[in-house]
Ligand binder design. Sequence first.
Ligand SMILES: [Zn+2]
Length: 237
Amino acid sequence: MVKVITIAAVLGMIGTASAGPISPIVVLDPGHGGSNSGARGAGLVEKQLTLTLATQVADRLRARGITVELTRTDDRTLTLRQRVAHANRLPADLFISIHANASPTRSQRGFETFVLTPRGVDVDGRALRSDTPTPRPGVPADIALVLDDVERGTSQWKAADLAARMQRALRDRRGTAGDRGVRQDAHHVLLGATMPAVLVEVGFLDHPVEGKSLAEPTTQKRLADAIAEAIEDQLSD
Ligand SMILES: [Zn+2]
C-alpha cells in the first residue's frame, strides 16, 4: 500500500510540529579563539578579526530587534562542533560562522561563503534517511520521517540562499573581482547543524594589499554591514 501525503498536509504538519519562537534567533560564531589563533597577516590575527566583526554584526542586528547569540565573546578555544551544538540547543534559526583566510603563496585574495550541510543531508543535497525520526508529539513515526526529510531539504535551500545573499552583500562593498563564490565543503558535512548554516571567509589576511585593508576599521565596518544585511534580508523573506 502506498500512503499518499499531500504537500499541503506535510507543510501544515511542519507548521504545527516545529513552531519556533516568534523572534528569530541568530547565532554568530567568531571563528577560532584561545589557543587556536587561525590565519595571520601583517599585524592581524584571525581570532581577533572574527570577534570584532561578529560583535559589530550583533550590534547591528540587535538594533533591529533581532535576538543574537555569540558562540564566544572572549578569547577561548572551542571546536566548530561545539559551536554548532550551542546553536542546536537554542535552537537557532540561522548559524553564521565568520572566518578570514590565508594562503601558502600569500597571493590569494577575495571572499567566499560555504554552505554547511545540515545533519542528514549528503553533499549533493539529498536527504539521508535515519531510522530514528525527530520526536514529534502526536505525529505517526512514518510521517515524522517524511517531515524530517522535508525540513532537511528546506534547511539546505535556505543555507544556499543565505550564502548567495552573503556573497552579494560582500560583492557590493568589496568589488566583483574578489568574489570567489558560494562553495560546499565536504569537510563540514557532519557538523550536525539542524538550522541553515553558513561559513563566511571575509578575505585573506596575508595578502599584501587585502591584508592591510582588512586591518582598517572602515573595511571592518563594511564587512559587518554586509554580513548583517544578508542576515536581515534572509529573515525578512
Ligand atoms: Zn578560520
